[in-house]
Design a protein around this ligand. Structure first.
Ligand code: BES
Ligand code: ZN
Ligand code: ZN
Length: 509
């Protein structure tokens, strides 16, 4: 897909995409308000105007949010087809609506079998401070919606390359250009992470995941990738990661990505991810229904790798480290058994009372290692608990932090990115529930319920005192959110939180 940012010009385009606000009937006349005259501003063409006026009269164009009306074969001087997308009420407009509108525009082009469109922001983006956000969101939406995972099919989809020109009088402004570029980088990295998540377990082993991180970082300035193999992981005393890997013939990997965009002395910010490339539950095996979906148990890892790629490509002025613990959780003869005790890198011991609660075990070592870097903050992402899916479904991502400043920063970042996050409880009571009988900790709670909070409480035991830390449980939102967000797959990885994490990183610049 090609996307260009242009100033208005008298070029013709096969398809025009226009926006319309919701038409509001005035009290006395029942006529539509001035704000619906979208098309007049752009076209100034009497034939087309007549058609639109008739359509408005018939209420087939109302400007309702995400309404999409297509006129094909109009034979106008400067275009063949016109697509009119509703933005809803002007006072309720936000950038997420542009992300979703982009999907409608792309679908309309596919249906029209049209290769090219000009998208006019002219009459809807009137002030310069709106332009960066809206243009960025629309280009993100286009790229995100264009993602298709068909590399494992012998017949590829025939989708032709589409070109979009985004037309705004602010196209040459530095802020708008930068936002546009960031939107492209973000969407490309989200699509990169989705591919990692969509790949089946046999083609996305810990070794391959590590290679993908190396490949992606090749040629990127100031970005270094180091991979630890099983022997090194053992030498580094990562008993959690090692213990989980015992059930598989696939070797674990520990992935370290370092980006140096800030002054040498500046402490890094640190992203940590669960890279469980397939989770069958281990000896405490999962039921077989939908078990194939557990290939996406590495999405936390993939999404922090993606975050790292975006940060380094945007050349943000700060130091960032990304750590991913990668392994399979299977049932081989050497697999960890219920009751086994392992020792994490920070010296704490835990008994594995349920081998399916493995994410927290591999993260224990990654968080211990992150702590040693004395970072400004640690954020981790993991498909950690089924309880998260029960609590928030696939709508909100739940996050846990006891740090007020982190909470503010996270809420701000999510507002900027358009992703939905919800602050979840984490209390000393949850910590108590994770006390072990034969070791320091148990990997499952002794209490009832609150499974996501007790999992977070377990993780907290490996984060150094005083380091601002937040844990994001993406079990519900990392996969199959297409019924909520039209630019995501119905069945497939979403790349959730990459956009929010990049915004969060920007707040440390
Ligand atoms: N990977 C799963 C969590 C998960 C469940 C992710 C559903 C996505 C969708 C995790 O390793 C797990 O199995 N957790 C257990 C923990 C329990 C045994 C304490 C769970 O949530 O059931
Ligand atoms: Zn599990
Ligand atoms: Zn898991």
């Amino acid at each position: 897909m090609k996307i260009n940012l242009l100033k208005p010009q008298s070029q013709s385009s096969e398809t025009l995409v226009l926006f319309s606000y919701q038409t509001v009937a005035t009290k006395n006349s029942g006529k539509v308000s001035k704000k619906s005259d979208t098309t007049q501003v752009i076209l100034n063409h009497s034939e087309a105007e007549k058609k639109f006026a008739a359509a408005i009269e018939k209420k087939s164009i109302t400007g309702r949010v995400l309404e999409c009306v297509v006129f094909r074969g109009l034979g106008l001087e400067n275009s063949e087809n016109i697509v009119i997308i509703g933005l809803g009420k002007i006072e309720e407009l936000n950038h997420e609506i542009f992300r979703k509108s982009a999907t409608l525009a792309l679908d309309a082009l596919k249906n029209l079998n049209s290769a090219e469109a000009s998208v006019y922001f002219e009459n809807i983006v009137e002030s310069q401070d709106q332009a960066p956000k809206y243009v960025q969101a629309f280009s993100e939406g286009l790229k995100l919606a264009s993602y298709e995972f068909d590399e494992l099919k012998s017949k590829k989809s025939e989708a032709k390359e589409k070109t979009f020109h985004l037309i705004t009088k602010f196209a040459a402004e530095a802020e708008v250009k930068k936002a546009f570029q960031h939107g492209i980088i973000l969407a490309d990295t989200v699509n990169f992470t989705r591919r990692l998540g969509d790949m089946p377990g046999n083609l996305m082993t810990p070794t391959i995941l590590a290679q993908e991180a190396q490949k992606a970082a090749r040629g990127v300035t100031n970005l270094k990738v180091t991979i630890w193999d099983k022997a090194r992981i053992k030498r580094e005393r990562m008993g959690g990661l090692l213990g989980v890997s015992h059930g598989s013939v696939q070797e674990p990997r520990f992935i370290i990505m370092e980006y140096k965009g800030g002054p040498k002395s500046q402490k890094p910010i640190c992203f940590v991810g669960k890279g469980l490339t397939f989770d069958c539950g281990g000896i405490s095996i999962k039921p077989s229904a939908a078990m194939e979906e557990m290939k996406y148990d590495m999405c936390g890892g993939a999404n922090v790798i993606g975050t790292m790629m975006a940060i380094s490509k945007m050349k943000l002025k700060l130091n960032v480290v990304c750590l991913v613990a990668a392994t399979e959780n299977l049932v081989g003869p050497a697999a960890t058994k219920p009751g086994d005790v392992h020792t994490a890198r920070n010296g704490k011991t835990f008994e594995v009372n349920n081998t399916d609660a493995e994410g927290r075990l591999i993260l224990s070592d990654a968080l211990s290692y992150a702590t040693e870097l004395k970072p400004q903050m640690i954020v981790d992402a993991a498909t950690l608990t089924g309880a998260m899916v029960i609590a928030l479904g696939n709508i909100y991502t739940g996050y846990f932090t006891r740090n007020k400043d982190m909470k503010l920063k996270i809420e701000g970042a999510a507002d900027e990115s358009g992703e939905l996050v919800w602050h979840m409880p984490l209390h000393d009571e949850h910590v108590k529930d994770m006390k072990g009988t034969f070791a320091d900790l148990s990997n499952i709670s002794s209490g009832k319920g609150a499974g996501s909070s007790t999992a977070a409480a377990f993780l907290e035991q490996f984060v150094g005192e005083g380091i601002p830390w937040a844990h994001f449980d993406i079990a519900g939102t990392g996969w199959a959110v297409g019924n909520r967000l039209n630019y995501c797959s119905k069945k497939g990885a979403s790349g959730v939180m990459v956009r929010t994490f990049v915004e969060l990183a920007k707040s440390f610049e």
